[in-house]
Design a protein around this ligand. Structure first.
Ligand code: BEZ
Ligand code: FE
Length: 288
């Protein structure tokens, strides 16, 4: 085409892909091009602004490595990660939420009722409940993988003096589908703020904080894996998550129990917060 103009450039780009054999590719990338062009047109994007965007992507690439992915973080703070979660959630299962960058494979497998407190300070929590299938029946042998910050908002990666799997574990549900974990109350913390995403947040007069949460990955044969988070309802940032991961069904009441009698059945130390949550897994799709 030699007569490219504002009137035909979007069609011209779409036409170049019309023979792509993958119909979903044509739909997704075609729509992306259409929306990108419409966006540039709507805001009348200048060269300086386009350059700033390219520079952002360039810096995101430079700061990313096998431990840090600034592109995922960009998606997180722009709400795209949560948009994809919300679009693809299981109709009858527990709502999903962002995985985040701090998951580590291979945490120790501990028995139901175990403690991951170690030498961490902070308020004690008993997190307990069941894993249920799509029909509501308890699932024995479901695998839960937990990770969280300590009471100062630090993941194990930032604590070289602590054990590698500090405040992390895996656990299989018992014959009644139950799990129970003794831990400490996590604290709100900041997503990485020293790269281009930090600049983006500052330019938008936004903070980088996430309300305190437990991360949980739940798997069971024949069911959809679930990646989710459980939040504390009294967290000061519960309504201001920098990555839009909070869902009202995942906001939990931390019931404080002060006496030894309340603690005895669970063999925890009082005082502690009693937090109950049942996970519900959707059925695996037929093709999965
Ligand atoms: C997290 O919860 O660990 C997290 C999620 C998204 C971005 C950064 C951190
Ligand atoms: Fe987190």
């Amino acid at each position: 085409m030699r007569n490219i103009s504002l009137d035909n450039i979007t069609t011209a780009v779409l036409d170049t892909m019309k023979d792509a054999s993958d119909a979903r590719f044509r739909e997704v990338i075609g729509s992306l091009v259409t929306h990108l062009h419409a966006f540039a047109r709507e805001v009348h994007l200048t060269h300086a602004e386009w350059n700033a965007g390219i520079d952002f992507l360039w810096r995101a690439g430079r700061i990313s490595d096998d431990k840090r992915n600034e592109f995922v973080l960009t998606s997180d703070v722009l709400g795209l990660s949560s948009m994809v979660d919300l679009l693809n959630g299981s109709a009858h299962g527990t709502e999903s939420s962002v995985l985040g960058p701090f998951y580590v494979e291979g945490a120790p497998l501990l028995p139901v009722g175990a403690s991951i407190v170690g030498d961490n300070g902070g308020e004690r929590v008993l997190l307990r409940g069941r894993v249920l299938g799509a029909d509501g029946a308890p699932l024995a042998g479901a695998l839960l993988d937990f990770w969280q910050t300590d009471a100062d908002g630090q993941y194990s990666q930032a604590l070289p003096d602590k054990p590698e799997f500090n405040l992390r574990c895996r656990m299989r549900t018992d014959a009644q589908g139950r799990y129970a974990l003794q831990t400490v109350k996590p604290r709100y913390y900041s997503v990485p703020y020293d790269g281009p995403v930090g600049d983006l947040l500052r330019a938008g007069a936004r903070h980088a904080l996430r309300p305190s949460h437990f991360h949980v990955l739940v798997t069971a044969p024949g069911h959809r894996p679930l990646v989710t988070e459980l939040f504390a309802e009294d967290d000061p940032y519960i309504d201001a998550d920098a990555v839009f991961g909070v869902r009202s069904t995942l906001v939990l009441h931390f019931e404080r129990r002060d006496d030894a009698a309340a603690a005895a059945p669970y063999e925890v130390e009082a005082p502690f917060y009693d937090v109950a949550f049942d996970f519900r897994l959707g059925a695996a799709e037929a093709s999965a």
